[in-house]
Each structure stands twice: as C-alpha cells, then as structure tokens.
Write a protein that binds this ligand. Sequence first.
Ligand SMILES: [Zn+2]
Length: 202
Amino acid sequence: MKRIVAVLLTLLIATSAAYSQKVKLIIDAGHGGKDFGAKNKAGDKESDLCLLMAEALEKYAAENNMETQMTRTKKDQNLTHEQRSGFKVDKNYKTYYISLHMDKDKNTSVRGNKLYYCTKAVNAGIAKQLADKIGKGLEKLNGNQSRTEDKDAIILTRNTIPSIMIYYGHVTNPQDVKLAKDPAFQKEVSLLIIRSILETRY
Ligand SMILES: [Zn+2]
C-alpha cells in the first residue's frame, strides 16, 4: 500500500510539473531595416506592419503569463537569418517560435493566409499542428482562406523548438492592410495564437 501511495504521489508531482512548465514565445517580426519585405503603393511596409503585430503578441502573451522574447524591437533593425533564429529546446520552458509576415501579389484583390512549417525541422509535427490551428482561426478573423504548407526556410530549420511562419493576409490588399493596422485585429490574432499554443500538445 505504501508503495502504491508513493508511486501515485510521484505521478502526481510529475504531472503537475508538466502543467506548470512555463510557455515561452520567441516572436520574430519579419524583415526590418533596409529589408522591408513587401510594400504596397501607399508605402506600407511589411516589416513595419509585422512589428505592430509582434508588439501586440508580446503584450498579450505577457498578460497570459507567457515569457516572451522579440528578435527585433525597432523598425530600422537589420537582422540576418542567423540573428533571428537558432533557438534551442530549453527543458524549463515550452518554447515556440512565431515569425510574422504578410504576403504580396501583383493583383491587389488577392487575399489569403499562409502558414508555414518545415518537415525537415525538429519538432515539425508540433509546428504543423499549431499552424493548422492558427490557420483555421485566422479564416474566421479576416475572412481569408488559410493554407498550411511545408517550407524549407533557414529560420525554421535552425531552431529545435516548434517554429512556424504566419502570413496573415497581403500587404498589397487594402482590406488586409486596414486590418493589420487595427489594434482590435492585432489583439484577436494575438489571442488566437496564444489560445492555439495552449491547445497544442508539446
Ligand atoms: Zn516576409
């Protein structure tokens, strides 16, 4: 009996330790500095819009008791692929890497969300699960269709933590840009990412 109690107690402690493991978010605002990514005719830059989204995600993640780390915090910051990746699994945290981007198209009426993970990367299964979940939620938030695809990107393969890229609309589409600048939309997307992370099995 004593032995059973001891085993049960050990199990209980192990379970509660797993649940109390803090979530950490590495937030990557795509591009920056001279590399502004995509741009529209009005002069809106993908790099600036993504920084707005990154700042919102940082704020709401902290409010939801997550640790955060931004790869860049300024508009004029130039980062190499190496400087914005290379994050390793840390046993003290459940760490995720979220890189934020917007798409572009010659046709300004084209919309749509894209989510990328890399099958070659470590923890690709978790990344795909997370990308699918966020993609589904994004469809409801901006009315765009979402597609999850495999992408062999350096910033994804250099990390050993689950890593995804989120393209939440097109910088060349006026409706998407209006949403991207709207703090209410930034909040909804941030909460969607946070909720999806909490629902994903690490
Ligand atoms: Zn981009």
